[in-house]
Structure formats: structure tokens, C-alpha cells
Ligand binder design. Structure first.
Ligand code: SAH
Ligand code: SF4
Ligand code: F3S
Length: 453
């Protein structure tokens, strides 16, 4: 029996979808322990920050939040203060020295052990859990923010060594979940009414390389492509997405599977990071811009209407103006539907942070501005193709700016608004697109039923 006298909790989540998925599982654990969701972080009995350290500004945010909670704890010693996620893993013990009020510092691999760790805290200990850990299959039901769209981890960690990136050191070695466990989770989600699943991994193309299995023809089994086939027919799930793809491991077989399997949405997120081959080499990305262009060509050949999004970094150590221009050229040529851009930020325990040829801050800022302007122009151009078309939109919620409208996403992941009429959240609605903007669309619901795929 859950103990319902534990009080309220509040979780603030920074960073990527993996952290969001971890937070939902930790919220599920807290609720199974008898905590209930609180109404604000300054009232809650347990405050948990699930942190991100991908760039310095992400890390610094946490310290300002923590300062306030530490002061609150001095007046209210019963407050339980937890730092989870990637800053916790990176800083470990030293976080306790910096913020002695903390009760628990726990790395991402320990998310599913929150109850065990909290019982140590309740027994009076100050706990740091950052050792390498085999991630347990989670038996608690996650408390998910959406009741329609869910994230499902398929592979934890990352074995790449991109020279700018902190993720391998904070998320540890790759650990793939078994296909059966993933399917079981999806079946459970379908039974609770979920319609869209996003399969998650930092390098999702690496899925299965730590699992056994070779086909009689000598091909590796348990690839991402095999997984998509394995989970595709889960009844009730209408849409399947996956992220993040790595150009080094991305296969044509995967695109073929996406083209063939009707529930897999027409959207690929394949970060390229830089449009210059020398920089890609310095980043240790393991591909050239020619290979990246071929991937895009293959996607467009097999799935001409698929959306393509990516991530890029400006101001990587040594980046010259000419090299930055090559990134602009690539963006101009491919015309991404969406591009997440960032100025390079030196991170602890990463090789590039120690290189002498760091780019000056003001140059990074200017490059970022120039790139973002191009990205917006290109995204606007991409949006044009939707004008007048009927798109299948899964209504995920109410437009926060207009209560008479529903909002959702097209299969290609474009945010779309439309007047609700008789439709409700959870419906899959054919919407005729009447207005297009760089990153969103508006239209009106069509009478005919949505295509049954
Ligand atoms: N696994 C994904 C990316 C994970 S991190 C991949 O391999 O592409 C998300 C994005 O943050 C990266 O794609 C990169 O564009 C950005 N990023 C990572 N480290 C960074 C750093 N040190 N400075 C700036 N941006 C960074
Ligand atoms: Fe970081 Fe590279 Fe791994 Fe992506 S693939 S998480 S950028 S090390
Ligand atoms: Fe940030 Fe950790 Fe994700 S560093 S981007 S929360 S893996």
C-alpha cells in the first residue's frame, strides 16, 4: 500500500527528451511511494531538479534554482531536495560541497531507483548515486505529461566520442532494452489510450548493437529497423516516431522500413553539426558532408514529402569564416524543416574544450544570428508546400492562445492549429492548411474521416 502521508512533490526538467522521459518515470515512482503532485516548487515537500549540462548556460540555470531552494530548506528542514540528471552525474560529490542542503544527487542511470535512494535519505543519509549502473527495467508506471503521446526509451547512453559532447560521460555506455520489453511497454500505453510513440535514444541507430543475434544470412538482428517491424502492429498506436539518428550509422534499410510501415511518421531528425568536412573530422563525427547529402537524397527519393530536421553547432574550435559559410551553404541547399542551432560551449571532460583555437564569443553570436535567419527563411519555404493540402493532425491539446482551437502535429511534425468544431483532443483530424508560418500551420477541419492507415 502506498503511504499517502508523504506530501507533495515538484519536478523541474531541463534538457532533452531523455530527461523528460526520466522525469515522467521518477514522477510515477514518487506517486507510487505516496507523494502527490504539488502546485509549485516553493510549496512542495520534495523538490527534484532533473538537470542538463549539454551547454554551460543549461548547467548554470540549475545553480540559480538550487540557491533558492537551499534557502527555503534552511527555514524548513523537512524539505527533501534532489538533483538528478546530467549535472548530478557530472558534479557528483562536489554538488554536495557546493549546496550542502541537498539530500540526494543521482545520475540518469539511477532514475528507476529513486524509491530505494529516497529510503536511504529517509534513514538520515545524504546520498550520492553516480556509479555506473545497469539500468533496471522499470516496473512503476510513469506519470506522463500527455495522455496521447509518449516517449519510450529504447537505448540508454552513447558510445560515440564526439569531441564537443558531454553526453557519453554523463549517460554512460549504451544499453539497449529488449525488443519484447519495448513492445510490452507500447502495448500498455496503447491500452491506456496513447496514440503516438516516440522511440528514444541519443544515437538510436546504435540500437541493438549490445544485444545478441545474427540472422542465418549473417546480418545483425535487433537493429532499429528490426525493432520498427517488431513493434509496428501494436493495436491502438497510430503513429511511431524515433530520434535521434546519427549520419554515421543511418541506413537505407531504415528509410525503406519507414516508407513501408504506415504508422512510422514521415520525419527524420538527423543532426549534421557542421557543413565542413575538416570540422566534422575534428568533431569525430565519422562521416563527410558528401555522405550526409547522400542520406538526404535517399530520404527524398524514397519518401519525397518527409520532413528533415537536424542540429548544428557554430563556433566549434578552429571554425573559420569559410568553414562557417559551408554550414550556411548546406542549410541553404537542403532547406531543413527545422534546425536546432547552438553556439559551441566548452564542456568538462571533452577534448575540444582544451583546444587552443577557441572562437571568440562575439563571433559565435554573430554566426548564430546569421544561421538562424537563414533557418527561418528556409523553414518558411518548407511550410509553403502545405498550403491548400489536407494533413492528418492528431489533436494533442487546446491552443493556449485561443480556447476555441485545437492544436496538434502533422505526421511530418509541423505544429498545426484549427478551430475545434465538434472535434476533441485525441481525435485524428484531416485539416486543410490555409495559413503557413515558418514553424507552424493553421487550417480548418475537413468533413471526411481521417485516412485509415
Ligand atoms: N545525440 C545527438 C545529439 C545530442 S545533444 C547527436 O549525435 O546528434 C543535442 C545537440 O546539442 C547536438 O546535436 C549538438 O548540436 C548540441 N551540442 C552538444 N554539445 C554541444 C556543445 N558542447 N556546445 C554546443 N552545442 C552542443
Ligand atoms: Fe553526443 Fe555524439 Fe553521442 Fe550525440 S552521438 S550524444 S553528439 S557523443
Ligand atoms: Fe542535456 Fe543530458 Fe539530455 S546533458 S541534452 S539532459 S542527455
Amino acid at each position: 500500500m502506498a503511504d499517502s502521508s508523504r506530501g507533495t512533490y515538484w519536478i523541474t526538467t531541463f534538457g532533452c527528451q531523455m530527461n523528460k522521459a526520466d522525469s515522467e518515470r521518477m514522477a510515477g515512482i514518487l506517486e507510487s511511494m505516496g507523494y502527490s503532485a504539488g502546485s509549485g516548487e516553493d510549496q512542495a515537500d520534495l523538490v527534484l531538479y532533473n538537470t542538463c549540462t549539454i551547454r554551460d548556460n543549461a548547467e548554470q540555470k540549475v545553480y540559480s534554482y538550487l540557491g533558492r531552494q537551499a534557502r527555503r530548506k534552511r527555514d524548513n528542514p523537512a524539505l527533501t531536495l534532489v538533483v538528478a540528471g546530467c549535472v548530478a552525474q557530472q558534479e557528483g560529490e562536489s554538488l554536495l560541497r557546493r549546496v550542502p542542503e541537498l539530500d540526494l544527487v543521482m545520475g540518469p542511470q539511477h532514475a528507476n531507483r529513486l524509491d530505494t535512494l529516497l529510503s536511504q535519505v529517509e534513514a538520515g543519509q545524504q546520498v550520492v548515486a553516480t556509479d555506473d549502473h545497469h539500468i533496471l527495467e522499470d516496473i512503476t508506471t510513469a506519470r506522463r505529461d500527455s495522455s496521447l503521446c509518449a516517449w519510450v526509451n529504447v537505448i540508454y547512453g552513447c558510445n560515440e566520442r564526439c569531441t564537443y559532447c558531454v553526453v557519453p560521460s554523463v549517460r554512460g555506455q549504451e544499453q539497449s532494452r529488449l525488443p519484447q520489453a519495448i513492445r510490452l511497454e507500447m502495448e500498455g500505453l496503447a491500452a491506456s489510450g496513447y496514440k503516438e510513440i516516440t522511440l528514444l535514444g541519443q544515437n538510436i541507430d546504435a540500437y541493438g548493437r549490445d544485444l545478441p543475434g545474427i540472422t542465418p544470412e549473417g546480418r545483425r538482428q535487433n537493429t532499429l529497423t528490426d525493432l520498427l517491424h517488431h513493434v509496428h502492429d501494436v493495436e491502438g498506436i497510430e503513429r511511431i516516431r524515433f530520434a535521434t539518428s546519427h549520419p554515421r550509422y543511418f541506413t537505407e534499410r531504415l528509410i525503406e522500413a519507414c516508407a513501408e510501415l504506415p504508422k512510422v511518421c514521415e520525419h527524420f531528425h538527423v543532426p549534421f553539426q557542421s557543413g565542413d568536412d575538416k570540422l566534422l573530422k575534428a568533431m569525430a563525427r565519422g562521416y563527410t558532408t558528401a555522405r550526409y547529402r547522400r542520406i538526404v537524397e535517399q530520404i527524398r527519393k524514397l519518401m519525397p514529402d518527409a520532413a528533415i530536421s537536424a542540429d548544428a553547432i557554430v563556433g566549434f574550435p578552429g571554425e573559420t569564416d569559410a568553414q562557417f559559410r559551408r554550414t550556411l551553404e548546406l542549410v541553404d541547399e537542403i532547406g531543413f524543416d527545422l534546425l536546432n542551432t547552438a553556439a559551441y560551449s566548452p564542456r568538462p571532460n571533452t577534448p575540444a574544450a582544451d583546444w587552443p583555437d577557441q572562437v571568440e564569443e562575439h563571433v559565435k553570436v554573430e554566426r548564430l544570428k546569421e544561421l538562424n535567419a537563414l533557418v527561418e527563411r528556409k523553414a518558411k519555404a518548407c511550410s509553403q508546400r502545405y498550403l491548400g493540402r489536407v494533413e492528418e493532425v492528431l489533436a494533442e491539446g487546446i491552443n493556449p492562445k485561443d480556447g476555441t482551437q485545437l492544436m496538434g502535429r502533422t505526421r511530418t511534425n509541423r505544429l498545426t492549429f484549427f478551430p475545434a468544431g465538434s472535434h476533441r483532443v485525441g481525435d485524428t483530424v484531416p485539416v486543410r492548411i490555409e495559413q503557413v508560418r515558418a514553424f507552424s500551420l493553421s487550417g480548418s477541419a475537413q468533413a471526411q474521416p481521417a485516412l485509415v492507415r
